[in-house]
Design a protein around this ligand. Structure first.
Ligand code: CO8
Length: 259
């Protein structure tokens, strides 16, 4: 499939989605958002893909929604843009394969919100993360008030959301916003290492675990525990459960089939 604002490649079961609007620090307009959604659908349907890495360039992951078209938006066009964004983000968050945001430079506004939909966030030492929307007279519209708060808690989230404070990689690590900080020139290698480790996890267990983990956030503990129970029991109907446990007992490496 053809993309104009992203570069897409697949190597060794890993999909690389590279944001590619360097002159605008990868700011997202409607076309970018639509293309991200399309590439996520492609990742979902391609069985060769076992893990997904989203990455920008050294200066920017994504510096937010493109402020130019937003500046002229009215209530109706804001609704349309949010609808487009939400659809893309839900597809990303619900993708039944592991996703990694590899963040170098700016991950601001809608850009950080994309990273928040990923399962893992790796930051290069030069990363700057924030939700500065409030300084523009708006608030995050791509899930930032919800996903950031759920991830790091009310205190650190309030600093970023209400004061519009941007933070550096080490601080992001200390509040649990990113999982690891690495040198800028190591970001791709570290992201690939992690993706490779995730790619060999049995696919059905990965999907079940991701679904249980994420669905649990949208309901109470009791319902969440029921979702986990169901997913746990269903996995005993897979060949990979038989193989994983047999291989353990026979002291050999498992050969998973993804079913
Ligand atoms: N939108 C449009 N253009 C941008 C954006 C952006 N978010 N960020 C950078 N650019 C452009 C600049 O205008 C500039 O273009 P030009 O060369 O044509 O003037 C180019 O990228 C390079 O940027 P700078 O010269 O500003 O680079 P600096 O290194 O000096 O500064 C910063 C980098 C600090 C990142 C600065 O560019 C900046 O503050 N950018 C805006 C960051 C921001 O406020 N982001 C939040 C945007 S609002 C948002 O994301 C709402 C999300 C809602 C999601 C749901 C609906 C879509």
């Amino acid at each position: 499939m053809e993309y104009k604002t992203i570069l897409f490649s697949v190597k060794d079961g890993i999909a690389w989605i590279r944001f590619n609007r360097p002159k605008k620090l990868n700011a997202m307009n409607a076309q970018v958002i639509t293309e991200i959604e399309r590439v996520i659908v492609e990742c979902e349907s391609n069985d060769e893909i076992k893990a997904v890495i989203m990455i920008g360039n050294e200066k920017a992951f994504i510096a937010g929604a493109d402020i130019k078209p937003l500046s002229d938006a009215d209530v109706n066009s804001a609704f349309r843009l949010v609808e487009l964004t939400t659809r893309m983000q839900e597809r990303l968050a619900d993708l039944p394969k592991p996703t990694i945001a590899a963040i170098s430079g700016f991950a601001l506004g809608g850009g950080l919100e994309v990273a928040l939909c990923c399962d893992f966030r790796l930051a290069a030492e030069n990363a700057v993360l924030g939700l500065p929307e409030i300084t523009l007279g708006i608030i995050p519209g791509g899930g930032g008030t919800q996903r950031l708060t759920r991830l790091v808690g009310l205190g650190p989230a309030a600093e970023m959301l209400l004061a519009g404070v941007t933070i550096k990689a080490e601080k992001a690590l200390s509040i649990g916003l990113v999982t690891e900080v690495v040198p800028v020139d190591q970001l791709e290698i570290k992201a690939e290492d992690l993706a490779m480790r995730l790619a060999v996890i049995p696919a059905v267990a990965m999907k079940a675990c991701k679904t249980a983990m994420r669905s649990g956030l949208n309901c109470g503990l009791k319902e969440g525990l029921r979702i986990e129970e169901m997913a746990f029991c269903m996995l005993f109907g897979t060949l990979d459960q038989k193989e994983g446990m047999k291989a353990f007992l026979e002291k050999r490496k498992p050969k998973f089939l993804g079913k």
